[in-house]
Design a protein around this ligand. Sequence first.
Ligand code: ADP
Ligand code: ADP
Length: 226
Amino acid sequence: MLELRAITAGYDRRTPVVRDVSLTVEPGEAVGLLGPSGCGKSTLARVAALLHRPDSGTLILDGTPVRHWRHRAPRELRTACGVVFQQPRLSADPRLRLDDLIAEPLRATGRRTEAPGRVAELAATVGLTPDLLSRRPHEVSDGQLQRACLARALVLRPRRLICDEMTSMLDASTAAALVAVVEDYRRTTGAGLLAVGHDRTLLRRWCDRTVHWDDLARGGGPIPRV
Ligand code: ADP
Ligand code: ADP
């Protein structure tokens, strides 16, 4: 359902940070990607989340190669993937109330009318009270904001979820609560998960399979143009 084939990516073409990496997530599978800080995991996660165009290699979704990249992939493709990052404050518009933050992808895809129902449902799922929903990011804790970011990632019911160090900034109980939400979502929808992190114990508990950055497959056949 998600295949990264011979991906090379970075921020300047002469010195890519991801070199010729291949990785596959099967339908319903949770794959953990482990590796030291700075090795390139987030960059690969952003490619998998359709947010960063690779320099070469192919991203294949449900058997179909992604084409027509600009700096990101087209919005129709991006919305089929939910993403949660490590630092909720960097991915949340500071002006938005949490309920509007959760509803953002619905608005962006012309489904605004579904917002009240979906937001209420997801707030209950991730453990946000109505009082918190009317606050803005600077009025809530990192943990509360990350709960909202997870709700936003799930609001369009994506078939793929990418969690990049989702729990690294959180206390143990919030971390466990958010992992449980993702687990439950996967069990009920059969969505695939790519979870990126540096904590082996945590990822092993969470995922069907964990791969270390150094053991990722290199190559993957001829490199098609992207
Ligand atoms: P990890 O997630 O494994 O910590 P990253 O993918 O975040 O690794 O970073 C890999 C390398 O790319 C690092 O050397 C980092 O400094 C660099 N890098 C990350 N983001 C950017 C960026 N926006 N511009 C330039 N270099 C970046
Ligand atoms: P634009 O192309 O106008 O930047 P997008 O189509 O990327 O907007 O999405 C609209 C808004 O919804 C973005 O600001 C983004 O924060 C949010 N969003 C969309 N999809 C997701 C997702 N899967 N996970 C988290 N936030 C998302």
